[in-house]
Ligand binder design. Structure first.
Ligand code: RIB
Length: 294
């Protein structure tokens, strides 16, 4: 089994389903409210575990009710939560509006995630004994950078989801093996809206990139090879929340099993498509057998 360490956020997602998201100053009546365990880190951990990885989650939850529910959700999925620290105060929350096209807008309040200002010795040990390290940007940037560099020093492959998007220091990018932005994040990082152009610029900083393009699929680009566009499997989008995280979790498992990039990307695309067809983040992530059968 591929040993995957995930350093990242754990949030309770407070999701409002509406026909159309409100504009500035507007009040709309929604259809439904759900409370769903999420957080980009926890989502990637859960997706990787369901896809067949041996996963340890490094992060923090608060002492509120959400904290115990978030931990239980990961435990239930078979994720090792020994390094999911409990800290005094509230857990992270994400306030999400999902419209009738399945598109979302998210505000994250970091809560306990914001207390992860450095790695504890046990966190660092878990990072360096993994086969792969998954990172996102919902923990303090200095901690993400510290983990990436510790992984690089030990030859652990790192995959970074640059979300929420922000300028990335070279100390971090120098330690990243694979960058997985969505098209908006890629455009923000490079100033190029066209994905091939964005990928070319990103390849100056990291050796391999996958830009996810929603219903148009994803673009894989690596130094020294031709970029390849992978179409997305046809699906009726119900809720896209967590689709990118599902993609990364499944991709990590496939790469860790030694599958070549095209096969791994195609498999991860199937996992993301299954996620998009269901409600919520962690609630929608497929199991390995479902991905294989789709
Ligand atoms: O990527 C989706 C996730 O982003 C949600 O689960 C939410 O918690 C935010 O972190």
């Amino acid at each position: 089994m591929t040993a995957i360490a995930v350093l990242g956020s754990t949030n309770m997602d407070l999701v409002a389903y509406v026909a159309r998201a409100p504009g500035r100053g507007e009040t709309v009546t929604g259809r439904e409210f759900r409370t769903v365990p999420g957080g980009k880190g926890a989502n990637q951990a859960l997706a990787a575990a369901r896809a067949g990885g041996d996963v340890v989650m490094i992060g923090a939850v608060g002492t509120d009710e959400f904290g115990s529910a978030l931990r239980a959700n990961l435990d239930h999925a078979g994720v090792d939560t020994e390094l999911l620290h409990t800290v005094a105060g509230p857990s992270g929350t994400a306030h999400i509006v999902v419209d009738d096209e399945g598109s979302n807008a998210i505000v994250v309040i970091p809560g306990a995630n914001g207390t992860m200002t450095s790695l504890a010795p046990g966190d660092r040990a878990a990072v360096t004994r993994a086969d792969l390290l998954l990172l996102q940007l919902e923990l303090p940037l200095a901690t993400v950078t510290e983990a990436a560099r510790a992984a690089r020093a030990r030859g652990v492959r790192t995959i970074l989801t640059p979300s929420p998007v922000q300028p990335l220091p070279s100390e971090l990018l120098d330690a990243v093996d694979l960058l997985v932005p969505n098209e908006h994040e890629a455009a923000r990082l490079t100033g190029k809206v066209e994905p091939h152009a964005a990928a070319q610029l990103l390849l100056r900083q990291v050796p391999e990139v996958v830009i996810t393009l929603g219903e148009r699929g994803c673009l894989h680009a690596a130094r020294g090879t031709e970029p390849v566009l992978f179409p997305a499997p046809e699906v009726t989008a119900v809720d896209t929340t967590g689709a990118g995280d599902t993609f990364v979790g499944a991709l990590a498992v496939a790469l860790g099993e030694g599958r070549a990039a095209p096969e791994a990307v195609a498999w991860a695309s199937k996992a993301a498509a299954l996620c998009v067809g269901r409600h919520g983040a962690s609630t929608s992530m497929p199991y390995r057998e479902e991905i294989d059968a789709s």
